[in-house]
Design a protein around this ligand. Sequence first.
Ligand code: FAD
Length: 363
Amino acid sequence: MAKDHVFDLAVVGAGPAGCAAAIWAAERGLSVLLVDRSKSPRVRPGECLHPGIEALFRDLGVLDQVLAKCQVRPLARTVFVGEERRVEYFGSDAEGPWRAFHLARAELDDILRDRAEHLGVTLRIHRSRLEPVVSGGRIKGIDLGGQMLRCAFVIDATGQSAWLTRALGRRPVAASPRMTAFFGYRCGRMFDEQMFLADAAGWQWVAQVSQDVVNWTSMHFGVHKAPHPPDVISSLSPCGISGGADVTWRMAPHVAGPSYFIVGDAALVTDPASGNGVLRAVMSGIKAASNARAAIAGQALETAAARDYEVWLRRWFVADVDRLVSMYDSLREDWQTPCVDSRVGRQSLPLLPSRSPLTSLAY
Ligand SMILES: Cc1cc2nc3c(=O)[nH]c(=O)nc-3n(C[C@H](O)[C@H](O)[C@H](O)COP(=O)(O)OP(=O)(O)OC[C@H]3O[C@@H](n4cnc5c(N)ncnc54)[C@H](O)[C@@H]3O)c2cc1C
């Protein structure tokens, strides 16, 4: 690394994706700057975490803290499709059944930020606009309102703000009709800890996120105004925030390039029915940090590190899209099967040669 780099990595966005990248890199001795525009993590949806995230929390050194905050860990979700009701277990292995993690996102984000700072990551709160410093086709650092901070790699983890894609004058490529998900909270306790209720109009998701708080999320085709909360929780009184988010399936046209990676929702979004947004955010943060480290250490060419990440993430996107299409196809006949844009989809999926040194890197 050249001497004038102040940091190995500058990570913008301290949600799950950015914190995972920062923690993974700091654990391996890289110097990391982590920048976020808000001082404290916000209350927000994204509180039902896939059981697969347990191994990642252990790797990142936060499993005990997460378990201490996690009041609800369901074994299964109850699915209602039309008149049919079924219980879907998450799975099991030699150590027992897999359990999801339900916990407040602000608490999870706090745990991850604390861990990053404990490892020596420099956390900066910067509320105003920040710019990538681009020179000779590379991102040399970030400009925090006149203060230029140099780094070997920038990781964009700004979630749906998609800071870097926009700053580079690009637009995410949509792969579905426009979709809006709405969410809110109710106080009280339900019988089933996770319920997914689907019909031809769309779906509703209800989850007990702590002992006495229930989150609901819904998506109805063609509906972009706040709906009524699901009937199953109508007896519970509203509490906390409510809102909506654009969950149109989309991916940035480039998620890696010379000196940068884009991770989490900043790289790609699918609607919450995919059930793995936070898992994907954490995994992509770790994968990007791992590939950046390989390039910094001279174990991989920078172009190969970027290419490997791009292929890995596109595969994930295509797999999620395939899974969602088959779910929606089973719900309604006239569902407009998404055309996966050629810049995003299968046609352009390049395969890495199996002997690539990057195929053995993290994930
Ligand atoms: C209604 C709804 C329900 C969902 N439910 C679930 C669920 O149950 N389970 C699940 O796994 N996923 C769920 N998701 C998806 C999940 O919330 C996201 O996939 C996840 O939050 C992505 O994490 P991230 O770190 O990429 O981004 P974020 O969590 O959005 O974090 C981005 C961070 O970047 C910061 N930031 C943004 N812009 C800037 C900027 N310009 N400068 C500096 N900092 C910036 C923000 O302050 C924030 O801290 C849901 C999504 C929605 C919309």
